[in-house]
Design a protein around this ligand. Sequence first.
Ligand code: TYD
Length: 204
Amino acid sequence: MFITLEGPEGSGKTSHIPYLVEFLREKGYIVFPTREPGGTSIGEQVREILSNLKNTEMIPRTETLLFQAARAQFVEQVIKPRLADGEIVISDRYADSTIAYQGYGHQQDLAQIRALIEYATGGLEPDLTIYLDVDIETGLKRKKNAEEWNRLDAYTVEFHKRVRAGYLKMAKSERWVTVDASQGWDEVQESLKEKIMKKLKGKS
Ligand code: TYD
């Protein structure tokens, strides 16, 4: 089972994942948490190029391709072998982030972006994608308080609004479920557990 968490900046995905992993492991599942872009040594190196504040000259096409380079490696080296072993892979972001950020955010051609994703992933799609929705102002404020400010976070508020609008469109598809991430942390965590268990029990 391949589960991905998606959301705009400050939606809190990253802080929820360790608790979800622990919860599932206690239930006896074998769980492998990971994150994009990264999850492999090559991916982490690409991540450093992508987030480095020095790289202000990077154009959207370069950014899109670097994400796909990291992703291709990640799918082959990390995700596929674990899925083949029957593990639950939970990824903090995956290909839908490219559609949201590079596609909707940078307003790149969506069909071309989808073709690149198909090439990078070999067509591997998640079984379940959980979208943590939060409005941009709240999200960016949370993020600024919590972490270092990187190149990707420094895009304009308008960019992030397009990202969220893109997510809201994508979240209407069948593979997606939405969680309101403006709720308190405990409510969000409960809701995440519930959505995942529903999927695991084959009820969704
Ligand atoms: P990260 O520090 O992990 O942020 P977050 O905790 O919000 O996930 O940085 C990931 C950044 O990379 C984030 O701004 C979203 C962006 N991103 C893309 O633009 N395209 C992609 O395909 C992926 C995977 C991430």
